[in-house]
Design a protein around this ligand. Structure first.
Ligand SMILES: Nc1ncnc2c1ncn2[C@@H]1O[C@H](COP(=O)(O)OP(=O)(O)OP(=O)(O)O)[C@@H](O)[C@H]1O
Length: 246
């Protein structure tokens, strides 16, 4: 198994996207539980990619592998970038009893640059403010994370991801459980980030979000069963087949 990091890709026009991530014969899982089986795919740079598939198909596992928190068991994974990705886990993966305010949660995104014990700089604070504004959570800044609704907590975690200022943002079901207005806000934000030069990958059950992605990977039972244009891939008959046999 090889993991390689190369120089960041230079900004490329949308129609001429170089892959930000490429993997071949990639397998991964958990002790005694193989999940992903010999996947071959490319994640284009400066684009929004959706990972789609039924429950348990391996979307979160694949995101974990792309984020570097799960090691592949075999295959090759190439990253065309030298900065670590920003990974926004599902909000259910984050304890809701942590004694943290929303602002503190978002500030943690700067720890990679600053370390947990160093004071944040004025610039760090400006980055944190901007991220909270973009997610519409300024009014929640001093609330405890544990007393927020699921959707509010989700937005705090996305803001934390933004403050890492990575050019690769990986999100696990960022719109699940959000109301339509918050979903639209997140969808618009992700599109904006791509325009700003970020490569975005999101695992999602939200078919509207998946259809508005530039490209998508379809997973079933840990196998890649399709990749490409979401409008062409996510047809009613394909989806029915995938979910029926899931
Ligand atoms: N920590 C773990 N240890 C063992 N097995 C796990 C672990 N996490 C996930 N799995 C198993 O791996 C498989 C794939 O799970 P994964 O969370 O990647 O799927 P998913 O497509 O993201 O599902 P969902 O849509 O429900 O979030 C499932 O069968 C799951 O039970």
């Amino acid at each position: 198994m090889k993991i390689m990091f190369k120089d960041s890709p230079s900004p490329a026009p949308a129609k001429n996207r170089t892959p930000r991530i490429r993997f071949t014969e990639l397998s991964a899982g958990y002790p005694g539980r193989p999940v992903l089986h010999e996947l071959d795919a490319e994640i284009p740079a400066l684009a929004l990619t959706a990972l789609v598939g039924p429950n348990g198909s391996g979307k979160s596992t694949l995101l974990g592998v792309l984020a570097g928190v799960i090691q592949p068991t075999s295959g090759e994974l190439h990253h065309a970038g030298d900065r670590p990705p920003a990974f926004v886990p599902q909000r259910s993966a984050v304890g809701d009893t942590l004694p943290l305010t929303v602002r503190q949660t978002v500030e943690m995104g700067r720890w990679g640059e600053r370390g947990p014990w160093r004071r944040l700089t004025r610039q760090d604070r400006a980055i944190v403010e901007t991220a909270m504004e973009r997610l519409g959570i300024m009014d929640l800044a001093s609330r405890q994370l544990g007393e927020l609704s699921g959707g509010q907590r989700q937005r705090a975690l996305i803001a934390q991801g933004l403050t890492q200022e990575s050019e690769l943002l990986l999100l696990d079901e960022p719109t699940t459980g959000l109301d339509p207005e918050a979903r639209e806000r997140i969808a618009a934000l992700l599109t904006e980030l791509v325009t700003d030069g970020v490569t975005v990958v999101q695992a999602t059950h939200d078919l509207e979000a998946a259809r508005s992605a530039d490209t998508c990977l379809l997973l079933r039972d840990g196998h890649l069963v399709g990749q490409g244009n979401p409008e062409q891939l996510l047809t009613a008959s394909t989806l029915a087949r995938m979910w029926e046999s899931a």
